[in-house]
Write a protein that binds this ligand. Structure first.
Ligand SMILES: Cc1cc2nc3c(=O)[nH]c(=O)nc-3n(C[C@H](O)[C@H](O)[C@H](O)COP(=O)(O)O)c2cc1C
Length: 157
């Protein structure tokens, strides 16, 4: 597996789609918080999902998830996927993206790269363990984030 990127900007500036489920039932949302790294001797992707997101249910119910990155021309699509909930609209039909079934999960044909991730770990980011300035800035009245660490089992380019 080979992949080279600027880890400090790939999530923050480029954004990604986080997708979980299977072809009969899946959901996707935009993420800009995340990481790529190493733990337990494995290459991993880490994402942070507020418990209020519809995608959160899919993250909990499925062993695999995907993190996929897109060319700049899909910026508007990622904006929609990051502002509307799959609970309220049919995101797939509104997106203009083409769903692509993988053996373990789902992604989209338009992705320039997809990380297929096997969920290894989940934990709530508890406000009591954060600096107060972070807790008050990001969690005053907003749902907690759960952190998911996924082993990158495949990189599809
Ligand atoms: C640029 C951008 C980045 C986002 N990053 C995250 C993130 O890292 N974690 C998160 O929980 N929500 C994030 N969101 C918000 C979700 O994408 C948004 O609430 C989405 O509508 C949830 O969809 P769902 O309810 O179908 O899961 C982001 C939104 C945008 C526009």
């Amino acid at each position: 597996m080979e992949f080279t990127t600027d880890v400090f900007s790939v999530f923050d500036k480029k954004w990604a789609l986080l997708t979980a489920g299977n072809k009969d039932k899946f959901n996707t949302m935009t993420v800009s918080w995340g990481g790529l790294g190493t733990i337990w001797g494995k290459s991993v992707a880490t994402v942070y999902v507020r418990t209020s997101r519809y995608t959160h249910e899919f993250m909990d119910d499925n062993e695999y998830f995907t993190v996929s990155f897109y060319p700049d021309e899909y910026r508007n699509v990622l904006s929609v996927m990051g502002s509307k909930s799959g609970r309220d609209i049919d995101k797939m039909n509104k997106s203009g993206l083409t769903a692509k079934e993988l053996p373990q999960s789902m992604t989209f044909d338009e992705a320039e790269v997809t990380f297929v991730c096997r969920k290894l770990f989940k934990q709530e980011l508890k406000t009591e363990n954060m600096l107060p300035e972070i807790a008050s800035r990001f969690y005053s009245g907003d749902a907690a984030h759960d952190m998911y660490i996924g082993e990158i089992v495949e990189i599809i380019k």
